[in-house]
Design a protein around this ligand. Structure first.
Ligand SMILES: O=C(CO)[C@H](O)[C@H](O)COP(=O)(O)O
Length: 226
């Protein structure tokens, strides 16, 4: 049996004007987590939501809010996101080389689960110290598109990173994000990903619940075959 499958619809593709009802709809259709994309308009060329929106959503759900911080200064976000009720806090390794130990410590102190994300062009070796340290992160997010926007094309070349990570860390949560849907999930699942973020393929489907269930079955099926 592998690491538990977690299907996390990316709320970036939801109707932000109806965020609470969109979140409840996804949970009622079988989502495990809600993926929240925090973008600062600097680390990535897009600006989305921040702690105030997480705080508002938290009033409507007890669900795991899987927050992906696409920001240049993640340390500045730890306190506000903790107070707002974030569950997971995933920061980018590209901007945390100097202070990841402090970051992880503070994220845990605020009751959140730390994760580290890598852009498609970043060597996967850069996350090893964060997974193996005394105070490790609990998830690695392998970006399968360039961060910044939903609806992009899945980059299959990123799968090598997932394979390497799964071989090295059999019980680690490995998340993939970007371009995941019915036509790309099998390759990600057989590479070893167990946390699946999917935005446009879920929100754009006529039956989003069927897509969520298909994503889960693919992860579970791949784990049984390994
Ligand atoms: O992090 C993201 C963009 O930076 C989004 O979560 C991601 O792209 C999901 O959207 P889609 O499934 O439509 O590709």
């Amino acid at each position: 049996m592998g690491v538990a499958a977690k299907i996390a619809p990316s709320m970036l593709s939801s109707d932000f004007a109806n965020l609470a009802s969109e979140a409840k709809r996804m949970l009622s259709l079988g989502a495990d987590w809600l993926h929240m994309d925090i973008m600062d308009g600097h680390f990535v060329p897009n600006l989305t939501i921040g702690a105030p929106v997480i705080e508002s959503l938290r009033k409507h759900t007890t669900a795991y809010l899987d927050c992906h911080l696409m920001v240049t200064n993640p340390l500045d976000y730890v306190d506000p996101m903790g107070k707002a009720g974030a569950s997971g806090f995933t920061f980018h390794v590209e901007v945390s080389k100097e202070n990841w130990q402090e970051l992880v410590q503070k994220i845990k102190a605020k009751g959140m689960r730390p994760g580290v994300a890598v852009k498609p062009g970043t060597p996967i070796e850069e996350v090893y110290p964060l997974v193996e340290g005394e105070n490790p992160v609990e998830m690695v997010l392998v970006m399968t598109v360039e961060p910044g926007f939903g609806g992009q094309k899945f980059m299959p070349e990123t799968m090598e990173k997932v394979q390497v990570l799964r071989k090295k860390y059999p019980s680690l949560d490995i998340e993939v994000d970007g371009g995941l849907g019915p036509s790309t999930i099998d390759v990600a699942a057989s590479a070893g990903a167990n946390c699946i973020v999917a935005g446009s393929s879920v929100f754009g489907a006529s039956e989003p619940g069927q897509v969520i269930s298909l994503l889960r079955k693919s992860v579970q099926g791949a784990q049984q075959n390994n």
